[in-house]
Design a protein around this ligand. Structure first.
Ligand code: NAP
Length: 351
């Protein structure tokens, strides 16, 4: 492989892991050697990268000797177990799981929003929850128009947010449901279910545990992580997270309440048109607004349906959609690594 860094991907076989490989190629990330790690189940499987065949190895604490960047996307318990060993071995760890996000010592970074949270000593960076990233890429630029006091968010979250098995479940259940509608008996395979409810032609409250306040884990992450990223511990956030039968890309209905009178639609459009990582899709005449199908495969967060909230003088509403496997996970992680490389931050200690 070319000159560059020794890179490891933990969780390479997963939905996010696959996107890492595509992004490294697409963005020409400087890689000398790429090590693909997953569970013992995947040892020996092969994946293609830049025309080479790479073989999956099991992720263990010994996997990180000589690694410069380790991208983790294998769940929070794997990160808790293996990320400290990777840091100890000298790697910069960029972690997509929730393991370290709320640790005050760990920067929680969306490059368009808070790149300054990285410091020269950063060895471990957390990638925020996908729903929070998509939300903040769209909301943060509006702080230029006035202090934001409160966010009211409803989400429409896709199968890919739950990983490869949930995507497979949606496809399988859709096929079965269509067969049933046509009067054809299902395959009766008794397939093991990942989600707790029927998924095809249905939607349900996000499938994470509910806490003592009545919020599920996903909602709680959006609240806490948004406050940390924006450095606004008092920010009021009301969020309802819902899983919908969409294969890829999350959508969110967002109402933003400012401390004073809301800016005009023209001001909002002007700011968002220039905002990094944002694409305006706001054609009232054509009734064309952000959709998950158009957000899929894109790095940008699509923003539209921008309008005054006629029920409150301080509020505006909009609708957004973003590919949570990309901007909500792998792309955000690669952008963090690029930021570290471009500013020469912790990289100076590399051999
Ligand atoms: P996924 O498709 O289910 O993939 C999980 C990956 O983790 C697979 O590569 C799997 O390897 C690996 N893994 C599981 N158990 C392991 C073990 N004991 N040791 C080593 N590797 C193990 O899930 P995903 O959607 O890619 O999500 C992965 C992580 O990214 C999670 O922490 C998730 O919260 C986070 N994330 C996901 C999204 C998203 O949109 N999906 C967004 C933001 C963050 P095998 O193939 O060998 O089982």
């Amino acid at each position: 492989m070319s000159n560059g860094f020794n890179v490891a991907v933990v969780g390479a076989t997963g939905a996010v892991g696959n996107e890492f490989l595509r992004l490294f190629e697409e963005r020409n990330f400087p890689i000398r050697n790429l090590k693909l790690l997953a569970s013992a189940r995947s040892v020996g499987k092969q994946m293609q990268f830049r025309g080479e065949t790479l073989t999956i190895e099991e992720a263990t604490k010994e996997s990180f000797d000589g690694i410069d960047f380790a991208f983790f996307s294998a769940g929070a318990s794997r990160s808790r177990e293996l990320a400290p060993a990777a840091v100890e071995a000298g790697a910069v760890v960029i972690d997509n799981s929730s393991a370290f996000r709320m640790d005050p010592a760990v920067p929680l970074v969306v490059p368009e929003v808070n790149p300054f949270a990285l410091t020269p000593n950063t060895r471990l960076v957390a990638v925020p929850n996908c729903t929070a990233i998509i939300l903040l890429v769209a909301v943060n630029p509006l702080q230029a128009l006035g202090k934001i006091d409160r966010l009211i968010v409803s989400t429409y979250q896709s199968a890919s947010g739950g990983g490869a098995k949930v995507m497979d479940e949606l496809i399988y259940e859709t096929e079965q449901a269509v067969s049933a509608l046509r009067g054809v008996p299902g395959d009766g395979s008794g397939r093991e279910k990942v989600l707790p409810h029927p998924y095809a032609f249905n939607l349900f409250s996000h499938n994470t545990p509910i806490n003592e306040h009545g919020y599920n884990d996903e909602e709680w992450k959006v609240i806490q992580e948004s406050r940390k990223i924006l450095d606004q511990p008092e920010l009021r956030v009301n969020v309802t997270c819902v899983r919908v039968p969409v294969i890829r890309a999350h959508s969110e209905s967002v109402t933003i309440e400012f401390a004073g009178e809301a800016p005009s639609e023209a001001q909002i459009r002007e700011v968002l048109a220039k905002a990094p990582g944002v694409q305006l899709v706001d054609d009232r005449e054509a009734n064309a607004f952000p959709m998950p199908i158009t957000a899929s495969g894109q790095g940008d967060v699509l923003v539209g349906r921008i309008r005054k909230d006629l029920s409150h003088p301080n509020a505006i509403s909009m609708f957004i959609a973003g590919d949570q496997l990309l901007k909500g996970a792998a792309l955000n992680a690669v952008q963090i690594a690029e930021l570290i490389l471009n500013t020469g931050q912790p990289i100076d200690s590399f051999a």
